[in-house]
Design a protein around this ligand. Structure first.
Ligand SMILES: Cc1cc2nc3c(=O)[nH]c(=O)nc-3n(C[C@H](O)[C@H](O)[C@H](O)COP(=O)(O)O)c2cc1C
Length: 365
């Protein structure tokens, strides 16, 4: 049976079910798990569901434009593949398959520092993929500078510095069922930072500099010829600091609920942050985006784009690049329908008038 042609895989939730059957237990624990009691992880999706859409009618929705402007450039739509480490655990083509899905759908792919391929290799293999590079800053700054230089040289259009992982969150599923150890040599950035032998995700994470500060962000901004975004912002105070230190944007994110449990969800943190800095820098959001209506709500609350994490891994696990592309296509098709039915033919014109707190309680998973 070719899974992606199956009429039963029509939603992201269908891909999640199918991926659960296919991923080995360690990989499943790594992708599905969150920190602590996984409250934030669960709430990430539920918080979008707690928002109701206020649809308008009779505005003429025959022509629709899901486009957005990001870092000063027009993009066909607001979807970005979130940076996720070690993607070969989901499919043998790993990040190259994600990049092919990006090229096919017009999404941006954000390659992770701890990817199982390098920035140059991805650029050569899938030159059409619009691409950003995610930076974990290692204690060895020379390695980080070299990673940035490679990304710039190979057509990555932005640098996304992740700041919510000075240490790894406490993830119980991964402790119970560890992801199979990976040879450090297969993660080129880690090998460059001095890693050797087989390592687990927590060991890779220990390469990251826990002493990173705002002054470091300013330094990266000063040295980088491409825009720098700061990923992992949950308060307006930090969003303002990001803008003051030269960031071109922030990603409102709790790392998919994988770092500090019981922090705010993206949906909850976004409006205040957009109000604080949305006029000066680009505000993006991630966490729990599972429906086109979630994308519509995120843009209504002030985001210019959304990052999609786990669903892309589900697509990869089910059918490699085709599966990941299908997941993005489903989300785009749902988003298009949501724009039509909410009476918002231009995504760029969405604003706070399209959403309100929902009177219903969120469904529990
Ligand atoms: C398996 C996995 C690996 C991840 N690895 C990284 C990473 O290397 N760097 C990073 O900035 N974020 C990483 N993240 C967080 C994602 O970029 C993103 O913030 C999060 O997954 C969004 O939530 P969602 O999965 O609910 O869409 C990872 C997430 C997952 C699920």
């Amino acid at each position: 049976m070719v899974a992606h042609r199956s009429p039963t895989l029509v939603s992201l939730a269908d891909y999640e079910c199918e991926a659960q059957r296919r991923l080995d237990p360690g990989a499943l624990a790594y992708v599905s798990g969150g920190a602590g009691d996984e409250l934030t992880m669960r709430e990430n999706a539920a918080a979008w569901q707690r928002l109701a859409i206020r649809p308008r009618v009779l505005v003429g929705v025959g022509q629709r434009d899901p486009g957005t402007t990001l870092l000063g450039k027009r993009r066909p739509h607001p979807l970005i593949i979130a940076p996720m480490a070690f993607q070969r655990f989901a499919h043998r083509d790993g990040e190259l398959a994600s990049a092919r899905a990006a090229a096919k759908t017009g999404a941006i792919v954000c390659l992770a520092t701890l990817a199982s391929t390098t920035a140059p290799r991805l650029a050569h293999a899938v030159p059409d993929a619009p691409r950003w590079f995610q930076l974990y800053v290692f204690a060895d700054r020379g390695v980080s500078r070299e990673l940035v230089a490679q990304a710039v040289e190979h057509g990555y259009e932005a640098l996304v510095v992740t700041v919510d992982l000075p240490v790894l969150g406490f993830r119980e599923r991964e402790l119970r069922t560890p992801l199979q150890a990976t040879h450090a040599e297969q993660i080129a950035s880690a090998a460059a930072a001095g890693a050797q032998g087989t390592m687990t995700p927590p060991q890779f994470a220990s390469l990251i500099d826990a002493d990173l500060k705002w002054s470091d962000i300013e330094q990266f901004v000063g040295e980088s010829p491409i825009p720098v975004l700061v990923k992992g912002i949950l308060t307006p105070e930090d969003a303002r600091l990001a803008a003051e230190h030269g960031a071109a944007g922030v990603v409102v994110s709790n790392h998919g609920g994988r770092q500090l449990d019981t922090v705010f969800t993206g949906a909850e943190a976004l409006p205040e942050i957009a109000a604080a800095v949305g006029e000066r820098i680009d505000v993006l959001v991630d966490g729990g985006i599972r429906r086109g209506t979630d994308v519509l709500k995120a843009l209504s609350l002030g985001a210019r784009a959304v990052m999609v994490g786990r669903p892309v891994i589900w697509g990869l696990a089910v059918d490699g690049a085709d599966g990941a592309a299908r997941v993005l296509e489903i989300l785009l098709s749902e988003f298009d329908t949501a724009l039509a039915l909410a009476g918002a033919p231009r995504a760029a014109a969405l604003d706070g008038s399209f959403v309100a707190p929902a009177p219903w309680a969120p469904p529990r998973q």
